[in-house]
Design a protein around this ligand. Sequence first.
Ligand SMILES: [Zn+2]
Ligand SMILES: [Zn+2]
Length: 655
Amino acid sequence: MKFVKVAIARPLRKTFTYKNLLPNENIVGKRVFIEFHRKKIVGVVVQMCSNVDEEFEIKQIISVLDETPLFESNFLKKIKDISQKFFFPMGELLSLFTPNLMRKPKHSDELQKYKIDDTKFEITNNFLKKLTDEQKLAVKNIQNSKKQEHLIFGVTSSGKTEVYKHLIYDEFKKNNSAIILVPEIFLAPKIYEEFKESFGENVFLYHSNLTELQRYKIWLNCQKKSPKIIVGTRSALFLMPKNTNIIVFDEEHDQSFKQQDKLRYDAKSLAKELYQNSKIIYSSATPSFKLLQKVKDKEIDVSKLFKRIGETPTPDIFIESINKTKLVGGISETLINKINLNHKAGNQTLILINRRGYAPVYLCNSCGWIAKSNCCESSLVYHREEKRLKCHRCQSSWGLPENCPECNKNDFEVKGVGTQQVELNLKHTFPNIDILRIDSDSVSGKLRRESTLEKIEDKNPKILIGTQLLAKGHDFQKISLIIILNLDFGLFGADVHLQEQTIQLLIQAAGRAGRSGIKSEVILQSRISHHPLFKKVKSGSYELISQDILSEREKLNLFPFTKLIYLKAEDSNLKKINEFLVRAKEKLSKKNVEVYGPFEGPVSKVGYKYRMFCIIQSNNDKDLHNSASGLINALDKEKRTISNWVLDVDPINVT
Ligand SMILES: [Zn+2]
Ligand SMILES: [Zn+2]
C-alpha cells in the first residue's frame, strides 16, 4: 500500500503518515528512518493505508531498517489496547520494548554480529532445598490456581525465594522462562547470584546501569526460545522473553515498580496485560492495600508464609511517648541509655529516620527568615558536612548565606533533625562506638556503596543510622534494637498513599531485627502515642494493621475502595494551571464519577514549575475510564496552554 502510519517515541497521542518506500510490501512492525520536524529519527510502522486525507504534503520514508518485522501485528494490537487503557502515547510505549541501540538508525544487518547461539543449558534439581509444609503448600496452591495473579504474603525470613525457585524449576523443565523483578538496582545482584548458583548460565541480570550493548545482547537472547531467567528492575518487563510463564514481583509493595516521570506506568498493571498467559506472583511481607483488597474480594489467590525459618524470634514493638521529653539530636534520653546497654551486650542498633541532611529548616533567629528554594519553593535542608543548603526535590544546592537576606544580621539557627545530626550527636555521646550512616548521600557512587555494604555485613557491635534505604532488603546479622524516629506525619497525615507506605516502612524495618536468634526490640518515638492505631502497631502484625485501616477506609469510600486517576498539570505560571484544571474539570463526564480539585499538592513546585492536580474517582472502572478518555479527546483537539499535563492511572502520590 502507498502509505503507512508511523509511531514515534514522543509524548504525542497520534501516529504520523508517510509514503511507503516499497509500495508493494507490507512493512508493519518494522522500524523505519524518517524525517520528523526537520529531524531524522527512527519510528515503527503500525499500520498500512491506501489513501489518506491529509492536507499537507506527505514525506517519504528514508529507509526501512528491518528485514523481518520487529513487532508482530498481534503484539501491535495489544500495545494499542494498552495505550488506550492507560492513556499512553503508543509510540512512547512501543519504544520501551526496543533497546536503545535499536532506536538508532542501524540496519538490522549491522546488529546481526551480536547474534548468539540458542544453546540450552542442562540443569538438575539437586540445588533445590527441601521445603517446609508452608512453602510446599504455597507452591502447590500457585501451580493449581486457575487465577493469573497470586500473592505470597510472607513475613521476613519466611523463605519466599525458595518458593520461586521451585516454581521456576518446574517451568524450566517445560522449557519456559521466568522474570524476577526487584525494586532496587542494589538488591538485584544478590538475588541474581543466588539464582545463578542454581540455574547457571540461564540467568541474566538486567537494569539501567548496564551499557547499551549489554542490554542489547540480553534483548537478543530473549528473542530465542531457550528457557531463561531474567533478574532485573522494572524495565526488564519489556524484554518479553519467549514462553515466559512466571513473573515475580519481589517486594511487591515497593513504589519503584511505578515509574514516576514520563510514561507513568505501573509495572504490575502492565505485566498483567503484556503476559496474559503467564502467572504473576506478587511477594511481600507488607503487601499493598490494593492487593490485600483484591485478595479479600477473591480476585486473586494468596499463600501465607507466616513462619520465620530458623531461630528468629519476632521482635517486641514499643511506643515511646516524647510529648514532654527533651530530645538530644532527635533521640530521648531513655533511648540513649538503651543504645548504650545494647552496645555493651555486644549487639547492633539501627536508627531509622526518614530525612537525610542535618536539619530540614535553616532560619534567621532575629527576623524569622527561612531559607527556601525558588526552584521548588520548599525549605532548604542544611547539610553540615558540605556546609550547603540543598533542595531535596530537584537536588539543586546552594552556599550558606553570609548574612540574612532580610535583616542583614548573621544569626542563623536550624530546626528539626536529619540523619547527619543524629550521627553527629551520637558520635559525641559515644566516641568509642562505630557509627555508620546510610542514606543516599553516604552511598552515592559504586565504591562507597560497596564499602558500605561490606560494613553492614560485618557483625561487630555498632550503630547504624539511615533512611528508608536501610529498611530495604538488607540482611543484618546482629541487630537487636531498632529505633524509629518521626513517622507521625506519615502515619496520621491525610495522604492515603503515604500512610500505607509509612506502615510498610515500619514493618519492614522491624523485620530487620533479630535475624540471628537474638530477642530484639523495636521502639517507635511518637508525639501521638495514645493514637488507637498504635495498639495494632504494637502487635507487629501487618495483617491486623492493614485490616484495621482498610475497614476504616471502606466506611469512608477511600482508596482502594474507590478507583482513582489523578489529572496532574505543571507550568511556570500557577494561574494558567488553575485555569487549565478548572476547564478540564468541566469537560469531564460526571456519570458515576466524582471530581475534586484543583489542589496544590504538598509538593507544589518542582524545578521552577508549579504543580497542581485534580482527583477523578469512581467505584466503577468503566465509567472512570470513559470519563478520562473523553477528557483526552477533548484536550487533544485544543491548543496546549500549559507546559505539561498527564493522567496518572494507578497513582501512588500526588506529585
Ligand atoms: Zn533575618
Ligand atoms: Zn528544587
